[in-house]
Design a protein around this ligand. Sequence first.
Ligand SMILES: *Cc1c(COP(=O)(O)O)cnc(C)c1O
Length: 411
Amino acid sequence: MSATRPGHAPLTQFPVVDDCLVVGGIALPELAARVGRTPFYAYDRRLIGERVATLRAALPDGVQIHYAMKANPMPAVVQHLATLVDGLDVASAGELRVALDTGMPAHDISFAGPGKRPAELQCAVAAGITINLESETELERVTRIGEALGRRPQVAVRVNPDFELKSSGMKMGGGPKPFGVDAERVPALLAAIGARALDFRGFHIFCGSQNLRAEALIEAHDKTFELGLRLAEQAPAELTMFNFGGGFGIPYFPGDLPLDLAPVGDNLAGLLERLHAIHPRAAPIIELGRYLVGEAGVYVCRVIDRKISRGQVFLITDGGLHHALAASGNFGQVVRKNYPVVIGNRVRGSAREVASVVGPLCTPLDLLADRMELARADVDDLVVVLQSGAYGPTASPAAFLSHPAAVEVLV
Ligand SMILES: *Cc1c(COP(=O)(O)O)cnc(C)c1O
């Protein structure tokens, strides 16, 4: 690798003992034996706890941290997070069942996403959670369901803002979008909410994901706040929540640097003061997925074969894009880049080489590392893809080629 090309940010969250990665306090070979088979995902409960603590220290008092479950809906992970965060955000009735199982109060669970089916809305109204309305159709459906069940649905409005979050990995607001209600149509929707038997709670404004730039997040929070304040002038009831969205990113690729939380927290402190002055009962919420779990997880697979093709080393593993679509570069990336990868049972290794890590699927897309510098590995060694705690198994085409599913453990 040339000296001028940026590498991966140093990842030190997992200790290395006797040249083995230690996950959840267990050296990787022992953990692999305990799990019983590869490939598997392991999530480190201590790291998840530390991440929430770091956030709390950087964000002003009174900010509620919600976990967006679609990042990692493994029930044990959600249960663990439910004891650490202030609320859960679900994106389907399936996620809602897992959320309710944790004992999180319905008041602190919200449901966002386009195309909520009537049966899902019924579950949400019956549970008493907050529904982020994303269209006029949803408003009508929720109203009818509330009448049928004899309950007042709790609703907020998800706004499609009239601005974009700069430098986001994925833009989810601004311009024409399937998410939320266009800001200019929100006043009419608020009037309709006021005319129906619905409890209005506030606004949800989510601009985008995977942002590593504090200045971009600050600008988004400022604009989100101004938009929310403007819309609140026409609210049919006092605001009890104000969801600023999230979008905090984690470093995945060479050249990525961790997000600097301090300025984001300082800026939010100023916004909160203003929010409290105008809407004293509005709970400020930040909702995060990958930021809470992404760096706490590893994907572990085993080398099945080692081949040299025309001078290039290929480590062929039992894992691949069917479990780790994002790490393979096929989950929305425009240009494929390597996730951080190490040989988990010989991290530094006595010898090193440039190798590509591939999976068993019959497609060139099944690539976990493209010509990376790694410890020299052989059959039965363990390949670890770091930064894998979010958008793993549930965001991968597990059925493709009919290989076994990945095991998941929380350690
Ligand atoms: C996907 C999603 C999130 C989580 O995004 P991350 O990038 O994982 O933090 C949060 N809120 C909404 C509305 C989402 O759709």
